[in-house]
Structures are given as structure tokens and as C-alpha cells.
Design a protein around this ligand. Structure first.
Ligand code: SF4
Length: 283
């Protein structure tokens, strides 16, 4: 974990759930034994996306909502890299929702970690696509609060075709373990992490989650059973399921492309392509 440290100090608010997620991420990477030069961490924009500034590996902070297309490019250029995309609920379910759906149906071998605090934190507290109905924020004032149906990330991931879907919380002692399982899964893995924003979301707090979450575990729960997963995915409010919610096998996009069957594109010679004629064509 020491090797993953950088000299930059996180600028998150004191008590923010992002600290727990950062620690769990470093723990998971060190447990996986992935060398820093074999890992690419791709984030969007937002408080949570700053996580790429604090981990000593290949990393890029992209545009708002664009972590997944950039992660897709990284993976296709060098499919031997471990690729983790990360960002918030606003970044992924707002601006990046189209990318989320298409990455899931393509089933690239990427892990997507979402810090879900149900609010836009970096821009100081506007309702996000996962804010509950009635949530009072700067853009959704009292007495009505938010009137829009929130996106349930787990349901959305299942519908879109993600082949591994899990949920945890920023304070869950097993968070790093779920990250390890998500990265080890061959295919698009989505981990929804319930993350308290102590500055702008005073409803969905550590205590609020603690009182509601319950863990799905074998033998009572079978993550390979889609019908069971679909049934629990809709639960929200008084009871919120956490754990590995769904797991299946499907051919990844990388495995289905003959161009990638040999070496990664990044290691293939460029002389097979005439850049000059390509440039002439585009001129
Ligand atoms: Fe964390 Fe919220 Fe502060 Fe952002 S605004 S750093 S999400 S507590």
C-alpha cells in the first residue's frame, strides 16, 4: 500500500466517505498484486473522481462523464492492462449514462466503481440522478424537493448487461474484498458504493445507511440467479441490499476481436498502417 501513496494530500472534506473508498482501493490493488505500471485508473470529474490524483499508478482524470469511453480506449489499446474506471453518481448516471449502458452491453473487461452520494458535491449540493424523491437540495427546494424518479444503479447495471454487479458502502469492512472480486471478474463489473457526503447530503448519512443495509450471502442468496438478483435490485429505502448481487460469464469485447488475439495493439508495429494515406484521406 505504501508503494501506491503519492505526495498529494486529499482535499476532500473531513469525514467524507471518499477517504474510506480510497483506503479500500489501495488495499484491493495491493491484495491483487497488480504492479502500478500494469494498472490504469480512469476517472471523470467530481469530488470522487479526484481519487486518481491520490494513487500511484497510470491515471487520467478525463472530462465530466467520460471516464468509460477513455477507459474503453485504454483497454482496447492494451487489453493486458488492468483498467479501473471510477467516478460519482452525477458523473456516471448523469453526463455519462449513455457510456455506462454501452460499456455494459459490450462487456469490456473493465471495473467501474461508482461513489454514490446522491448529490453533486463538487458543485456544492445540487440533486443528482440518484437523489431520492423529496430530497431537498439547492436546485430542488422545499417543500417539494426532488420530484424526479431516481436511478437505481444496480437495476440499471443489470438491465444494461453488466456481468458482475455489487453494492457496498464507504464504511463497509468488506469493501476492498468486493473491489478485488470485481477486478478479478472477466467482464464489465459495476460496484455501486453508498458514500456519505457530509457537507451537502444530511439525510443519507453513515447512520442512515448503517440502519438500512443488509448483506446478501450464500447459501441463502445465489448471485448467479438473475431472477433473484432482479428481485433484490429494486429494494431501496427501509432495506438496502449490499454484497455481490449478480455474477455471470459472457465473452468480453476484447476476446471477440481477432485483431487483439495476438499482441495488444500498443505492442503491434505501426508499419502495417499507412498514416500518410490516412491523413491524405482526411485532409
Ligand atoms: Fe466529500 Fe461531499 Fe465534501 Fe465532496 S463535498 S469532498 S463528496 S463531503
Amino acid at each position: 500500500m505504501e508503494d501506491l501513496k503519492l505526495r498529494y494530500v486529499p482535499t476532500w472534506c473531513m469525514g467524507c466517505g471518499n477517504y474510506g473508498i480510497l483506503n479500500a482501493l489501495k488495499k484491493a490493488i495491493s491484495q491483487l498484486g497488480v504492479e502500478p505500471d500494469q494498472l490504469a485508473l480512469v476517472t471523470g470529474i467530481g469530488c470522487s473522481s479526484k481519487i486518481s490524483q491520490y494513487v500511484n499508478t497510470y491515471r487520467i482524470e478525463t472530462l465530466h462523464g467520460r471516464s468509460l469511453p477513455v477507459a474503453t480506449g485504454v483497454k482496447l489499446a492494451n487489453h493486458q492492462l488492468t483498467v479501473i474506471a471510477e467516478g460519482g453518481d452525477g458523473d456516471g448516471m448523469g453526463l455519462g449514462i449513455g457510456h455506462f449502458i454501452h460499456t455494459a452491453r459490450r462487456n469490456l473487461d473493465i471495473t467501474y466503481i461508482i461513489h454514490n452520494n446522491q448529490i453533486y458535491g463538487l458543485t456544492k449540493g445540487q440533486a443528482s440522478p440518484t437523489s431520492d424523491i423529496g430530497a431537498i437540495t439547492k436546485f430542488t427546494p422545499a417543500p417539494l424537493g426532488s420530484v424526479e424518479q431516481p436511478i437505481n444503479i444496480v437495476q440499471m447495471a443489470l438491465q444494461a448487461g453488466a456481468t458482475w454487479v455489487g453494492r457496498s458502502t464507504a464504511a463497509d469492512p468488506r469493501l476492498a474484498d468486493y473491489m478485488v472480486q470485481a477486478v478479478q471478474h472477466k467482464g464489465f463489473a459495476v460496484l455501486d458504493i453508498l458514500q456519505p457526503c457530509v457537507s451537502f447530503n444530511h439525510v443519507n448519512t453513515y447512520k442512515w445507511y448503517q440502519e438500512r443495509v443488509y448483506r446478501l450471502e450464500e447459501p441463502d442468496y445465489d448471485a448467479a440467479d438473475y431472477a433473484q438478483a432482479a428481485a433484490v435490485a429494486g429494494q431501496w429505502g427501509e432495506k438496502i441490499p449490499i454484497g455481490v448481487i449478480y455474477r455471470t460469464e459472457r465473452m468480453t469485447l476484447e476476446a471477440s476481436l481477432p485483431q487483439l488475439a495476438g499482441k495488444p495493439l500498443a505492442e503491434q508495429p505501426l508499419n502495417a498502417v499507412s498514416i500518410a494515406s490516412l491523413m491524405d484521406e482526411l485532409a
